[in-house]
Unconditional design. Structure first.
Lengths: 301, 276
Protein backbone atom coordinates (compact mmCIF):
# COMPACT_ATOMS: atom_id res chain seq x y z
CA UNK A 1 0.00 0.00 0.00
CA UNK A 2 1.58 3.21 -1.13
CA UNK A 3 0.32 5.03 1.96
CA UNK A 4 2.63 2.89 4.02
CA UNK A 5 5.78 3.24 1.97
CA UNK A 6 8.38 3.89 4.60
CA UNK A 7 9.67 7.13 3.18
CA UNK A 8 11.72 8.95 5.76
CA UNK A 9 10.97 12.62 5.59
CA UNK A 10 14.07 14.51 6.50
CA UNK A 11 12.26 17.51 7.92
CA UNK A 12 10.70 15.33 10.58
CA UNK A 13 13.98 14.37 12.07
CA UNK A 14 16.03 17.38 11.14
CA UNK A 15 15.35 19.08 14.44
CA UNK A 16 15.67 15.96 16.56
CA UNK A 17 18.89 14.76 18.03
CA UNK A 18 19.78 11.53 19.69
CA UNK A 19 22.26 11.90 22.50
CA UNK A 20 23.65 8.88 24.26
CA UNK A 21 24.44 10.18 27.71
CA UNK A 22 28.00 9.53 28.76
CA UNK A 23 28.27 6.40 30.78
CA UNK A 24 31.75 6.51 32.29
CA UNK A 25 31.00 3.79 34.82
CA UNK A 26 29.91 1.37 32.15
CA UNK A 27 32.79 2.29 29.89
CA UNK A 28 35.32 1.79 32.66
CA UNK A 29 33.97 -1.41 34.15
CA UNK A 30 32.71 -3.03 30.91
CA UNK A 31 30.33 -4.81 33.22
CA UNK A 32 27.35 -6.53 31.66
CA UNK A 33 24.20 -4.42 31.84
CA UNK A 34 22.06 -5.15 34.90
CA UNK A 35 19.20 -7.58 34.40
CA UNK A 36 16.04 -5.91 35.55
CA UNK A 37 12.43 -5.62 34.55
CA UNK A 38 10.80 -2.44 33.30
CA UNK A 39 8.66 -2.34 36.45
CA UNK A 40 11.73 -2.60 38.72
CA UNK A 41 13.53 0.12 36.81
CA UNK A 42 10.70 2.64 36.76
CA UNK A 43 9.98 2.04 40.45
CA UNK A 44 13.43 3.48 41.13
CA UNK A 45 12.56 6.82 39.49
CA UNK A 46 8.84 6.82 40.29
CA UNK A 47 8.58 5.08 43.68
CA UNK A 48 5.05 6.40 44.23
CA UNK A 49 3.92 4.70 41.02
CA UNK A 50 2.29 7.88 39.71
CA UNK A 51 2.97 6.88 36.11
CA UNK A 52 1.62 3.89 34.20
CA UNK A 53 2.57 1.35 31.57
CA UNK A 54 0.57 2.32 28.48
CA UNK A 55 1.93 -0.39 26.16
CA UNK A 56 3.78 -3.65 26.72
CA UNK A 57 4.43 -5.47 29.98
CA UNK A 58 6.28 -4.21 33.05
CA UNK A 59 7.67 -7.75 33.41
CA UNK A 60 9.76 -7.32 30.25
CA UNK A 61 13.51 -7.36 30.82
CA UNK A 62 14.99 -3.99 29.84
CA UNK A 63 17.65 -3.99 27.11
CA UNK A 64 17.97 -0.21 27.05
CA UNK A 65 15.84 2.86 27.76
CA UNK A 66 14.93 5.77 25.56
CA UNK A 67 13.50 8.89 27.16
CA UNK A 68 11.41 10.79 24.62
CA UNK A 69 9.14 13.77 24.87
CA UNK A 70 7.23 12.66 21.80
CA UNK A 71 6.80 8.87 21.44
CA UNK A 72 6.47 9.04 17.68
CA UNK A 73 7.17 6.37 15.07
CA UNK A 74 10.50 8.12 14.41
CA UNK A 75 11.27 7.75 18.13
CA UNK A 76 10.37 4.05 18.07
CA UNK A 77 12.68 3.40 15.15
CA UNK A 78 15.53 5.24 16.84
CA UNK A 79 14.91 3.32 20.06
CA UNK A 80 15.08 0.01 18.23
CA UNK A 81 18.21 1.03 16.36
CA UNK A 82 19.82 1.93 19.71
CA UNK A 83 18.80 -1.39 21.30
CA UNK A 84 16.19 0.12 23.62
CA UNK A 85 12.96 -1.73 24.37
CA UNK A 86 11.62 0.62 27.06
CA UNK A 87 10.44 4.10 26.14
CA UNK A 88 9.76 6.52 28.99
CA UNK A 89 7.71 9.60 28.07
CA UNK A 90 5.22 12.08 29.52
CA UNK A 91 2.98 11.30 26.52
CA UNK A 92 1.41 8.10 25.19
CA UNK A 93 2.21 6.72 21.75
CA UNK A 94 -1.50 6.54 20.89
CA UNK A 95 -2.23 10.26 20.42
CA UNK A 96 -4.77 10.45 23.23
CA UNK A 97 -5.94 8.77 26.38
CA UNK A 98 -7.32 5.38 25.47
CA UNK A 99 -10.62 6.57 26.86
CA UNK A 100 -13.81 4.84 25.79
CA UNK A 101 -16.43 7.16 24.34
CA UNK A 102 -19.09 8.39 26.78
CA UNK A 103 -21.54 5.67 27.84
CA UNK A 104 -24.46 7.95 26.98
CA UNK A 105 -24.65 8.04 23.16
CA UNK A 106 -26.47 11.39 23.40
CA UNK A 107 -23.73 13.05 25.47
CA UNK A 108 -22.07 16.00 23.70
CA UNK A 109 -19.38 14.74 21.37
CA UNK A 110 -20.23 11.06 21.92
CA UNK A 111 -21.12 10.35 18.30
CA UNK A 112 -17.97 12.08 17.04
CA UNK A 113 -15.86 10.21 19.60
CA UNK A 114 -17.25 6.88 18.40
CA UNK A 115 -16.59 7.79 14.75
CA UNK A 116 -13.07 8.95 15.59
CA UNK A 117 -12.24 5.76 17.48
CA UNK A 118 -13.57 3.69 14.59
CA UNK A 119 -11.57 5.72 12.09
CA UNK A 120 -8.43 5.45 14.23
CA UNK A 121 -8.89 1.67 14.53
CA UNK A 122 -8.99 1.45 10.71
CA UNK A 123 -6.19 3.98 10.15
CA UNK A 124 -2.94 2.73 8.54
CA UNK A 125 -0.72 5.08 10.58
CA UNK A 126 -2.23 3.93 13.86
CA UNK A 127 -2.10 0.28 12.72
CA UNK A 128 1.56 0.55 11.71
CA UNK A 129 2.45 2.12 15.04
CA UNK A 130 0.65 -0.61 16.98
CA UNK A 131 2.36 -3.24 14.84
CA UNK A 132 5.80 -1.73 15.50
CA UNK A 133 5.13 -1.67 19.25
CA UNK A 134 3.66 -5.18 19.44
CA UNK A 135 6.12 -6.95 17.14
CA UNK A 136 9.04 -5.13 18.72
CA UNK A 137 7.74 -6.15 22.17
CA UNK A 138 8.27 -2.54 23.21
CA UNK A 139 7.24 -1.21 26.59
CA UNK A 140 5.99 2.36 27.11
CA UNK A 141 5.96 3.96 30.54
CA UNK A 142 4.15 7.24 30.85
CA UNK A 143 5.52 9.43 33.60
CA UNK A 144 3.27 11.99 35.27
CA UNK A 145 3.92 15.45 33.90
CA UNK A 146 2.37 18.66 35.09
CA UNK A 147 1.33 17.44 38.52
CA UNK A 148 4.97 16.93 39.27
CA UNK A 149 6.79 20.05 40.43
CA UNK A 150 10.00 18.52 39.17
CA UNK A 151 8.81 19.38 35.64
CA UNK A 152 8.60 23.09 36.43
CA UNK A 153 11.89 22.97 38.34
CA UNK A 154 13.67 21.30 35.41
CA UNK A 155 12.39 24.00 33.05
CA UNK A 156 13.47 26.74 35.47
CA UNK A 157 16.91 25.12 35.78
CA UNK A 158 17.25 25.18 32.01
CA UNK A 159 16.44 28.88 31.99
CA UNK A 160 19.13 29.46 34.59
CA UNK A 161 16.81 30.04 37.52
CA UNK A 162 18.03 27.34 39.90
CA UNK A 163 17.83 28.73 43.40
CA UNK A 164 15.27 31.38 42.46
CA UNK A 165 12.16 29.43 43.37
CA UNK A 166 9.83 31.47 45.60
CA UNK A 167 8.31 30.11 48.78
CA UNK A 168 4.87 28.57 48.45
CA UNK A 169 2.88 25.94 46.61
CA UNK A 170 2.95 27.49 43.15
CA UNK A 171 6.02 27.10 40.92
CA UNK A 172 6.96 30.78 40.92
CA UNK A 173 10.53 31.87 40.17
CA UNK A 174 12.17 35.22 40.84
CA UNK A 175 15.11 35.66 38.47
CA UNK A 176 16.96 39.00 38.66
CA UNK A 177 16.57 41.69 36.00
CA UNK A 178 14.25 39.67 33.78
CA UNK A 179 12.09 41.32 31.15
CA UNK A 180 9.61 39.71 28.79
CA UNK A 181 12.18 40.17 26.03
CA UNK A 182 14.99 38.50 28.00
CA UNK A 183 12.79 35.55 28.98
CA UNK A 184 11.68 35.14 25.37
CA UNK A 185 15.33 35.14 24.30
CA UNK A 186 15.97 32.47 26.94
CA UNK A 187 13.22 30.14 25.71
CA UNK A 188 14.41 30.67 22.14
CA UNK A 189 18.07 29.93 22.80
CA UNK A 190 17.82 27.40 25.65
CA UNK A 191 14.69 25.51 24.64
CA UNK A 192 14.70 26.09 20.90
CA UNK A 193 11.26 27.77 20.82
CA UNK A 194 10.41 28.86 17.27
CA UNK A 195 6.99 28.95 15.60
CA UNK A 196 5.24 27.57 18.68
CA UNK A 197 6.10 30.63 20.76
CA UNK A 198 3.30 33.09 21.50
CA UNK A 199 3.44 36.00 23.89
CA UNK A 200 1.30 38.69 25.45
CA UNK A 201 2.83 41.81 26.96
CA UNK A 202 5.22 44.66 26.33
CA UNK A 203 8.65 43.18 25.54
CA UNK A 204 10.30 45.74 27.84
CA UNK A 205 8.08 44.82 30.78
CA UNK A 206 10.10 43.75 33.85
CA UNK A 207 9.16 40.31 35.17
CA UNK A 208 9.75 39.75 38.88
CA UNK A 209 7.67 36.67 39.65
CA UNK A 210 7.28 34.08 36.90
CA UNK A 211 4.84 31.19 37.24
CA UNK A 212 5.74 28.01 35.35
CA UNK A 213 2.98 25.58 34.40
CA UNK A 214 4.38 22.86 32.15
CA UNK A 215 2.12 21.06 29.72
CA UNK A 216 -1.50 22.10 29.55
CA UNK A 217 -2.80 24.75 31.93
CA UNK A 218 -5.62 24.04 34.37
CA UNK A 219 -7.60 27.27 34.43
CA UNK A 220 -8.62 27.71 38.06
CA UNK A 221 -5.40 26.89 39.94
CA UNK A 222 -3.34 28.77 37.36
CA UNK A 223 -5.53 31.90 37.50
CA UNK A 224 -5.28 31.86 41.29
CA UNK A 225 -1.51 31.38 41.29
CA UNK A 226 -1.14 34.17 38.71
CA UNK A 227 -2.56 36.74 41.14
CA UNK A 228 0.78 36.50 42.91
CA UNK A 229 2.89 36.50 39.73
CA UNK A 230 3.47 38.83 36.80
CA UNK A 231 4.13 36.27 34.08
CA UNK A 232 3.17 32.76 33.04
CA UNK A 233 5.36 30.35 31.12
CA UNK A 234 3.28 27.39 29.98
CA UNK A 235 2.78 24.87 27.23
CA UNK A 236 -0.78 24.85 26.01
CA UNK A 237 -3.77 26.90 27.17
CA UNK A 238 -7.31 27.68 26.03
CA UNK A 239 -7.44 30.98 24.20
CA UNK A 240 -10.90 32.06 25.28
CA UNK A 241 -10.13 31.56 28.96
CA UNK A 242 -6.74 32.31 30.52
CA UNK A 243 -5.46 34.03 27.36
CA UNK A 244 -8.32 36.53 27.59
CA UNK A 245 -7.58 37.05 31.29
CA UNK A 246 -3.91 37.83 30.62
CA UNK A 247 -4.81 40.03 27.62
CA UNK A 248 -7.18 41.99 29.90
CA UNK A 249 -4.58 42.35 32.65
CA UNK A 250 -3.10 45.59 31.26
CA UNK A 251 -6.46 47.35 31.15
CA UNK A 252 -7.29 45.75 34.49
CA UNK A 253 -4.37 47.55 36.13
CA UNK A 254 -2.25 44.43 36.90
CA UNK A 255 -0.21 43.81 33.74
CA UNK A 256 0.85 40.20 33.28
CA UNK A 257 2.87 38.58 30.53
CA UNK A 258 2.32 35.26 28.80
CA UNK A 259 5.03 33.12 27.25
CA UNK A 260 3.28 30.07 25.73
CA UNK A 261 5.83 27.72 24.19
CA UNK A 262 3.89 24.54 23.49
CA UNK A 263 3.65 21.37 25.50
CA UNK A 264 6.65 19.58 24.05
CA UNK A 265 9.20 22.24 24.92
CA UNK A 266 7.93 22.70 28.48
CA UNK A 267 8.42 19.01 29.18
CA UNK A 268 11.79 18.60 27.49
CA UNK A 269 14.10 19.61 30.39
CA UNK A 270 12.18 17.25 32.66
CA UNK A 271 12.69 14.39 30.21
CA UNK A 272 16.41 15.15 30.16
CA UNK A 273 16.48 15.16 33.97
CA UNK A 274 14.69 11.79 33.91
CA UNK A 275 17.38 10.36 31.66
CA UNK A 276 20.00 11.43 34.21
CA UNK A 277 17.98 9.82 37.01
CA UNK A 278 17.59 6.59 35.04
CA UNK A 279 21.34 6.41 34.49
CA UNK A 280 21.90 6.78 38.21
CA UNK A 281 19.18 4.21 38.93
CA UNK A 282 20.72 1.53 36.70
CA UNK A 283 24.44 2.05 36.08
CA UNK A 284 25.58 0.15 33.03
CA UNK A 285 22.20 0.20 31.32
CA UNK A 286 22.06 2.14 28.04
CA UNK A 287 19.97 5.29 28.46
CA UNK A 288 19.25 7.36 25.37
CA UNK A 289 17.68 10.82 25.37
CA UNK A 290 15.68 11.67 22.26
CA UNK A 291 15.29 15.43 22.05
CA UNK A 292 12.48 17.00 20.08
CA UNK A 293 12.48 20.36 18.34
CA UNK A 294 9.56 22.80 18.34
CA UNK A 295 7.11 21.17 15.90
CA UNK A 296 5.65 24.51 14.79
CA UNK A 297 6.78 26.95 12.15
CA UNK A 298 5.43 30.27 10.96
CA UNK A 299 5.05 32.35 7.82
CA UNK A 300 6.56 35.82 8.09
CA UNK A 301 3.51 37.99 7.42
CA UNK B 1 -35.69 48.02 22.16
CA UNK B 2 -34.15 46.39 25.21
CA UNK B 3 -31.52 43.62 25.23
CA UNK B 4 -34.11 41.20 26.59
CA UNK B 5 -36.44 42.03 23.70
CA UNK B 6 -33.54 41.64 21.29
CA UNK B 7 -32.77 38.16 22.59
CA UNK B 8 -36.45 37.22 22.20
CA UNK B 9 -36.29 38.54 18.62
CA UNK B 10 -33.14 36.47 17.93
CA UNK B 11 -34.82 33.26 19.11
CA UNK B 12 -38.01 34.09 17.21
CA UNK B 13 -36.10 34.79 13.99
CA UNK B 14 -34.06 31.60 14.37
CA UNK B 15 -37.24 29.58 14.91
CA UNK B 16 -38.77 31.23 11.83
CA UNK B 17 -35.71 30.08 9.87
CA UNK B 18 -36.20 26.52 11.04
CA UNK B 19 -33.61 26.37 13.83
CA UNK B 20 -35.04 23.92 16.36
CA UNK B 21 -35.43 25.26 19.89
CA UNK B 22 -32.63 24.07 22.19
CA UNK B 23 -33.49 21.00 24.28
CA UNK B 24 -32.33 22.81 27.39
CA UNK B 25 -31.44 26.47 28.00
CA UNK B 26 -27.94 27.33 26.84
CA UNK B 27 -25.35 27.55 29.61
CA UNK B 28 -23.30 29.92 27.50
CA UNK B 29 -25.81 32.24 25.86
CA UNK B 30 -26.79 34.30 28.89
CA UNK B 31 -26.50 37.88 30.11
CA UNK B 32 -23.08 38.37 31.69
CA UNK B 33 -23.46 41.87 33.08
CA UNK B 34 -25.71 44.94 32.82
CA UNK B 35 -29.42 45.63 32.79
CA UNK B 36 -31.27 43.55 30.17
CA UNK B 37 -34.17 46.03 30.37
CA UNK B 38 -32.19 49.18 29.52
CA UNK B 39 -32.68 50.81 26.12
CA UNK B 40 -30.17 49.73 23.49
CA UNK B 41 -28.05 52.62 22.17
CA UNK B 42 -26.02 50.47 19.78
CA UNK B 43 -24.83 46.91 19.35
CA UNK B 44 -21.33 45.58 18.72
CA UNK B 45 -20.75 41.93 17.90
CA UNK B 46 -17.29 40.54 18.57
CA UNK B 47 -15.36 37.30 18.90
CA UNK B 48 -14.57 37.96 22.54
CA UNK B 49 -15.56 40.75 24.96
CA UNK B 50 -12.09 41.74 26.05
CA UNK B 51 -11.55 44.78 28.26
CA UNK B 52 -10.25 46.51 25.12
CA UNK B 53 -13.56 45.83 23.33
CA UNK B 54 -15.40 47.30 26.34
CA UNK B 55 -13.39 50.51 25.94
CA UNK B 56 -13.90 50.74 22.18
CA UNK B 57 -17.67 50.21 22.59
CA UNK B 58 -17.91 52.94 25.23
CA UNK B 59 -15.97 55.32 22.96
CA UNK B 60 -18.60 54.76 20.28
CA UNK B 61 -21.62 55.10 22.56
CA UNK B 62 -22.54 51.41 22.18
CA UNK B 63 -24.04 49.77 25.25
CA UNK B 64 -24.88 46.22 24.12
CA UNK B 65 -22.07 43.80 23.36
CA UNK B 66 -22.70 40.42 21.78
CA UNK B 67 -19.56 38.27 21.99
CA UNK B 68 -19.13 34.73 20.75
CA UNK B 69 -16.81 33.78 23.60
CA UNK B 70 -16.82 34.45 27.30
CA UNK B 71 -16.39 37.64 29.26
CA UNK B 72 -15.24 36.19 32.57
CA UNK B 73 -12.45 33.90 31.38
CA UNK B 74 -14.12 30.48 31.59
CA UNK B 75 -16.32 28.60 29.15
CA UNK B 76 -19.50 29.01 31.20
CA UNK B 77 -18.48 32.39 32.65
CA UNK B 78 -18.42 30.85 36.11
CA UNK B 79 -16.96 33.60 38.32
CA UNK B 80 -16.48 31.63 41.57
CA UNK B 81 -12.72 31.40 41.10
CA UNK B 82 -12.49 35.14 40.39
CA UNK B 83 -13.68 36.32 43.79
CA UNK B 84 -11.22 38.98 44.97
CA UNK B 85 -9.42 39.02 41.62
CA UNK B 86 -8.24 42.56 40.75
CA UNK B 87 -8.45 42.16 36.96
CA UNK B 88 -11.96 40.74 37.12
CA UNK B 89 -13.07 43.46 39.53
CA UNK B 90 -11.62 46.23 37.34
CA UNK B 91 -13.30 44.86 34.20
CA UNK B 92 -16.60 44.45 36.00
CA UNK B 93 -16.43 47.93 37.55
CA UNK B 94 -15.70 49.46 34.14
CA UNK B 95 -18.74 47.76 32.59
CA UNK B 96 -20.97 48.85 35.47
CA UNK B 97 -19.72 52.42 35.43
CA UNK B 98 -20.45 52.73 31.70
CA UNK B 99 -23.73 50.83 31.67
CA UNK B 100 -22.46 48.07 29.39
CA UNK B 101 -24.64 45.03 28.82
CA UNK B 102 -23.22 41.73 27.55
CA UNK B 103 -25.27 38.93 26.03
CA UNK B 104 -23.24 36.05 24.72
CA UNK B 105 -24.22 34.45 21.44
CA UNK B 106 -22.24 31.26 21.15
CA UNK B 107 -24.54 28.29 20.83
CA UNK B 108 -27.14 30.11 18.71
CA UNK B 109 -24.53 31.33 16.23
CA UNK B 110 -23.49 27.70 15.74
CA UNK B 111 -27.09 26.41 15.55
CA UNK B 112 -28.19 28.65 12.72
CA UNK B 113 -27.84 27.02 9.27
CA UNK B 114 -25.44 27.66 7.80
CA UNK B 115 -23.46 27.92 11.05
CA UNK B 116 -22.55 31.63 11.22
CA UNK B 117 -19.05 30.99 12.53
CA UNK B 118 -18.09 28.60 9.74
CA UNK B 119 -19.85 30.81 7.18
CA UNK B 120 -17.68 33.74 8.27
CA UNK B 121 -14.45 31.77 8.19
CA UNK B 122 -15.15 30.21 4.78
CA UNK B 123 -15.97 33.64 3.37
CA UNK B 124 -12.75 35.05 4.83
CA UNK B 125 -10.77 32.20 3.27
CA UNK B 126 -12.63 32.53 -0.04
CA UNK B 127 -13.64 28.86 -0.02
CA UNK B 128 -16.82 26.85 -0.58
CA UNK B 129 -17.36 23.64 1.35
CA UNK B 130 -17.53 20.42 -0.66
CA UNK B 131 -21.06 18.98 -0.72
CA UNK B 132 -21.65 16.22 1.79
CA UNK B 133 -21.38 12.77 0.21
CA UNK B 134 -24.64 10.80 0.17
CA UNK B 135 -25.20 9.20 3.57
CA UNK B 136 -22.30 11.01 5.24
CA UNK B 137 -22.87 12.36 8.74
CA UNK B 138 -22.86 16.16 9.16
CA UNK B 139 -19.35 17.46 9.69
CA UNK B 140 -17.22 20.56 9.80
CA UNK B 141 -16.55 21.96 6.31
CA UNK B 142 -14.16 20.12 4.01
CA UNK B 143 -12.77 21.98 1.00
CA UNK B 144 -11.11 20.57 -2.11
CA UNK B 145 -8.73 23.28 -3.30
CA UNK B 146 -9.21 24.49 -6.90
CA UNK B 147 -5.58 23.57 -7.56
CA UNK B 148 -3.26 21.50 -5.37
CA UNK B 149 -0.62 23.65 -3.67
CA UNK B 150 2.22 23.16 -1.24
CA UNK B 151 1.61 23.63 2.47
CA UNK B 152 3.92 26.64 2.36
CA UNK B 153 1.91 28.26 -0.46
CA UNK B 154 -1.37 27.41 1.29
CA UNK B 155 -0.02 28.93 4.51
CA UNK B 156 0.91 32.14 2.72
CA UNK B 157 -2.56 32.33 1.20
CA UNK B 158 -4.36 31.63 4.49
CA UNK B 159 -2.19 34.01 6.53
CA UNK B 160 -2.68 36.77 3.95
CA UNK B 161 -6.47 36.26 3.94
CA UNK B 162 -6.81 36.20 7.72
CA UNK B 163 -4.00 38.60 8.61
CA UNK B 164 -2.92 36.57 11.63
CA UNK B 165 0.56 37.05 13.08
CA UNK B 166 0.30 34.43 15.86
CA UNK B 167 -0.48 31.46 13.64
CA UNK B 168 1.36 28.14 14.05
CA UNK B 169 1.96 25.58 11.32
CA UNK B 170 3.00 21.92 11.47
CA UNK B 171 4.01 19.60 8.64
CA UNK B 172 6.38 19.52 5.70
CA UNK B 173 6.25 22.95 3.98
CA UNK B 174 6.72 21.18 0.65
CA UNK B 175 3.85 18.69 1.02
CA UNK B 176 1.14 18.90 -1.61
CA UNK B 177 -2.31 19.86 -0.29
CA UNK B 178 -5.46 18.91 -2.17
CA UNK B 179 -8.14 18.69 0.51
CA UNK B 180 -8.51 20.79 3.66
CA UNK B 181 -10.74 20.45 6.73
CA UNK B 182 -11.78 23.78 8.24
CA UNK B 183 -12.24 24.41 11.94
CA UNK B 184 -13.19 27.50 13.95
CA UNK B 185 -12.24 28.33 17.54
CA UNK B 186 -11.89 25.18 19.59
CA UNK B 187 -14.08 23.26 17.11
CA UNK B 188 -11.14 21.55 15.47
CA UNK B 189 -11.79 18.70 13.04
CA UNK B 190 -9.47 15.70 12.84
CA UNK B 191 -7.99 14.07 9.77
CA UNK B 192 -10.80 11.51 9.68
CA UNK B 193 -13.64 14.00 9.12
CA UNK B 194 -13.73 12.97 5.46
CA UNK B 195 -11.56 10.91 3.11
CA UNK B 196 -8.34 12.43 1.83
CA UNK B 197 -7.82 15.32 4.24
CA UNK B 198 -4.25 16.58 3.94
CA UNK B 199 -4.33 19.68 6.13
CA UNK B 200 -6.54 21.12 8.85
CA UNK B 201 -6.96 24.91 8.85
CA UNK B 202 -8.43 25.76 12.23
CA UNK B 203 -8.24 27.83 15.38
CA UNK B 204 -6.78 26.03 18.37
CA UNK B 205 -6.43 22.37 19.28
CA UNK B 206 -5.47 20.67 22.51
CA UNK B 207 -1.85 19.54 22.53
CA UNK B 208 -0.57 16.35 24.05
CA UNK B 209 -2.16 13.03 24.78
CA UNK B 210 -4.09 14.17 27.85
CA UNK B 211 -6.82 15.17 25.48
CA UNK B 212 -9.77 12.86 25.13
CA UNK B 213 -11.18 11.80 21.81
CA UNK B 214 -12.04 13.24 19.39
CA UNK B 215 -9.45 15.98 19.93
CA UNK B 216 -6.42 13.72 20.27
CA UNK B 217 -2.91 15.00 19.69
CA UNK B 218 -3.11 15.83 16.00
CA UNK B 219 0.42 17.24 15.87
CA UNK B 220 1.81 13.86 16.90
CA UNK B 221 -0.53 12.02 14.55
CA UNK B 222 0.39 14.23 11.59
CA UNK B 223 4.08 13.68 12.25
CA UNK B 224 3.69 9.88 12.26
CA UNK B 225 1.47 9.93 9.19
CA UNK B 226 4.03 12.04 7.35
CA UNK B 227 6.86 9.71 8.29
CA UNK B 228 4.92 6.79 6.79
CA UNK B 229 4.58 8.63 3.48
CA UNK B 230 1.10 10.12 3.95
CA UNK B 231 1.94 13.80 4.60
CA UNK B 232 -0.38 15.71 6.88
CA UNK B 233 -0.17 19.16 8.42
CA UNK B 234 -2.08 21.83 10.28
CA UNK B 235 -2.44 25.59 10.13
CA UNK B 236 -3.55 26.91 13.53
CA UNK B 237 -4.82 30.46 13.18
CA UNK B 238 -5.82 30.95 16.80
CA UNK B 239 -9.26 31.32 18.32
CA UNK B 240 -9.75 34.94 17.28
CA UNK B 241 -8.08 34.24 13.95
CA UNK B 242 -11.08 32.02 13.19
CA UNK B 243 -14.05 33.15 15.28
CA UNK B 244 -13.98 36.95 15.28
CA UNK B 245 -15.14 36.96 11.67
CA UNK B 246 -18.23 34.81 12.26
CA UNK B 247 -19.58 37.60 14.43
CA UNK B 248 -19.55 39.83 11.36
CA UNK B 249 -22.00 37.36 9.83
CA UNK B 250 -23.99 37.52 13.08
CA UNK B 251 -24.12 41.33 12.84
CA UNK B 252 -25.30 41.17 9.21
CA UNK B 253 -28.01 38.72 10.22
CA UNK B 254 -29.18 40.94 13.10
CA UNK B 255 -29.52 43.88 10.71
CA UNK B 256 -32.05 41.91 8.64
CA UNK B 257 -34.62 42.03 11.44
CA UNK B 258 -33.46 44.63 14.00
CA UNK B 259 -33.15 48.37 13.42
CA UNK B 260 -33.26 51.72 15.19
CA UNK B 261 -29.64 51.83 16.36
CA UNK B 262 -26.21 51.06 14.95
CA UNK B 263 -25.21 47.40 14.75
CA UNK B 264 -21.53 46.96 14.08
CA UNK B 265 -18.90 44.25 14.01
CA UNK B 266 -16.02 45.02 16.38
CA UNK B 267 -13.31 42.36 16.06
CA UNK B 268 -11.48 41.56 19.30
CA UNK B 269 -8.31 40.82 17.34
CA UNK B 270 -5.52 38.44 18.22
CA UNK B 271 -4.61 38.62 21.90
CA UNK B 272 -1.04 37.53 21.19
CA UNK B 273 1.61 40.10 20.36
CA UNK B 274 3.74 40.22 17.27
CA UNK B 275 6.73 37.85 17.40
CA UNK B 276 9.49 39.18 19.66
Amino acid sequence: MSDLSLTRRDFCIAGSAVAVLPSPAAAAAKSPPPRLSAAELVSRIDPAGAGAFVAGSGETEVTGVMVAISPSIATIRKAQAAGCNLIVSPETPFYGRQAPPPADPNAPGAAMAVRTLEALAADPTFAEKKRLIEEGKLVFYRVPDKTNRAVADALADRLGWRGYRAEGEAAIYTPRRATLRSVVKGVQTKLGAKGGLRTIGDPAMPLKRILIVPGTVDLVPTAKALRDADALICGDLREWELVEYIFDSVNGGSPKALIAIGRILTEQPYAEALAVQLRAAAPGLGVVMNRRADPYWRIQA
Amino acid sequence: MTPRELVDAVYAKAAEQGVPAPQRPSRRDTFKIGNPDAQITGIATTGMTTFDVFKRAVAKGINLLIPHEGTWFSDYDNTDFLEGDAIYQAKRAYAEEHGLIVWRNHDMAHRIRPDQMFAGQLRLLGWTADPLEAGAVPRMPVVTLPEPMTLEALSRYVVARTGTHSHRITGDPGMLVRRVAVGVGYAFPNFFAAPGIDVIVGGESAEGSDSTYPTFDLTAYGEDSTLLGRPRGMILLGHMGTEDIGMQVAAEWLRTFVSGFPIEYMPAGEPFGRPI
